[in-house]
Design a protein around this ligand. Structure first.
Ligand code: PFF
Length: 457
């Protein structure tokens, strides 16, 4: 396809791909997971997972996308015509619908908390987690308020995508990613200079392996997929807008480096503040929306720091949401010949409507809390991060091993690289390990559901 849109620059592509990776997973999920699972010990396992499972699959997705210049469904069809492999792409598009539905809801929360902090709304929460927790619960379970913010968030996402790859996604990634790094750097410095703030470094970097349980290992593995946006064709889609002269190995390393550095910086900034004020590091998912609003008012300039923090979280969520909606948009452009405007507006609205049900399931309309006894919101979160993404990632590794072939894969990978000596044996072993590891986590989950007793965890 000659008229396919392309990235304007290598840095633009790297920032867009890392913008997809850096999101709520880094700033909201990683710190509370580390807080609850032994701090540094969890971080070590997470880093190992990123390198062993994450890196090969990021590269695989970039290579498949660039080779075919197509989004996931078309890409698998082009490399394996008349086979069922296209369903790996279909699974990816479905995962995009599922993730964006609940991601947009939390994106809305970040906007509302930015405003709340900016207008001094955190002051009354100072040192009072009960009040902050109560307010958070009553906000998210309100049938109208969070939906209003979610609609704004989804409208912004749609407006960026309508402008296309270079004029929308790349342009905004180039603005928001550096802003995220700078704000996080300032917040980290602010946290570390508070009395006791450096305790955070010990907590995140001094491993105590006795705190690590088998289930935290499984958790770290699952999170590696979510945080790197793997297993649903996002990186295939972004790779499909690349020209042949780019080094995909170094690009993948950049994305992984930025994703990891930002997760760890967020961890340091958050825990430094938590330790300085003597709050609890293992307060779980409420760490950000409940614990932090009680802490910010206690430090000098807290209103501003709080607003900056939530604005940072909003930008991180936005660059990720953009990449999720682009998977859906690209499918309808490539496979159904829709215009970008029609695809984006139709599915941006569709996902927003499904998201409204998600938001309602937080208490606004309890009848939704009937699927497997968890809320519709949690159901979509589990379905995607525990099953759809790991399964998609595993099938991508198996596709290269069993169908496309490691030699053809390497031929595309080395295009654009100076050093063309890549050992097919090493590549095979890496993909076999990733597929096995993921296969194991998924079987473990399924066995746990059926028998109530996981093999590990
Ligand atoms: N990587 C994003 C995060 O860490 O928040 C979430 C995500 C984005 C998952 C895009 C999947 C995806 F395709």
């Amino acid at each position: 396809m000659n008229n396919r849109e392309q990235w304007g620059s290598r840095i633009g592509f790297i920032l867009a791909a890392s913008g997809s990776a850096v999101g709520l997973g880094n700033i909201w999920k990683y710190p509370h997971m580390a807080g609850e699972n032994g701090g540094a010990a969890f971080t070590v396992i997470y880093l190992i997972c990123i390198l062993i499972v994450g890196l090969p699959i990021v590269i695989a997705e970039f290579v498949i996308g660039r080779k075919t210049q197509l989004s996931p469904v078309g890409a698998f069809k082009a490399l394996a015509p008349n086979t069922n492999w296209k369903f790996v792409g279909v699974l990816g598009v479905c995962a995009a619908f599922v993730i964006l539905s609940f991601y947009g809801v939390v994106g809305g929360w970040t906007l509302r908390y930015t405003m709340l902090s900016l207008f001094g709304g955190f002051v009354k929460f100072s040192g009072n987690p009960e009040l902050a927790g109560g307010q958070f619960k009553s906000f998210i379970s309100n049938p109208i308020n969070p939906v209003f913010w979610q609609i704004i968030f989804m409208t912004l996402t749609t407006m960026v995508i309508v402008k296309g790859v270079k004029g929308g996604i790349e342009k905004w990634a180039k603005i928001m990613m550096p802003a995220i790094l700078v704000i996080l750097g300032v917040l980290m410095f602010r946290g570390l200079t508070l009395p006791n703030g450096t305790k955070a470094l010990e907590f995140l970097f001094l491993p105590k392996f006795e705190d690590l349980t088998a289930s935290s290992i499984v958790l770290a593995l699952g999170h590696a997929f979510f945080t790197l946006s793997l297993g649903m064709g996002t990186m295939i889609t972004y790779g499909s807008y690349l020209s042949r002269d780019q080094n995909l190995l170094t690009s993948a390393l950049w994305v992984i480096l930025l994703d990891t550095v930002i997760a760890i910086m967020a961890g340091v900034a958050i825990f430094a503040t938590v330790f300085a004020l003597g709050a609890n590091p293992d307060s779980g998912p409420g760490l950000i929306f409940v614990a932090l609003p009680t802490i910010f008012p206690q430090i000098a300039g807290g209103t501003l720091w709080g607003a900056l923090f939530f604005f940072l979280l909003f930008m991180a969520a936005l660059t990720s949401a953009i990449s999720i909606l682009e998977v859906i948009t690209a499918y309808f452009i490539d496979e159904k010949d829709w215009s970008r405007e029609k695809a984006t507006v139709t599915f941006g609205s569709f996902v927003t409507i499904v998201g409204i049900f998600c938001s309602m399931s937080m208490g606004g309309f309890n009848d939704f809390n009937t699927i497997f006894n968890i809320s519709f919101f949690d159901f979509l979160d589990y379905l995607s991060s525990k099953y759809m993404l790991p399964i998609g990632g595993m099938l991508t590794a198996l596709f290269i091993l069993m169908k496309w072939g490691v030699d053809d894969f390497i031929r595309e990978l080395v295009t654009g690289m100076e050093n063309k000596n890549i050992d097919p044996f090493v590549v095979k072993v890496l993909f076999i390990i990733s597929a096995l590891v993921v296969g194991f986590i998924i079987s473990n989950e399924i066995i746990a559901i059926i028998t109530g007793n996981p093999i590990v965890g």
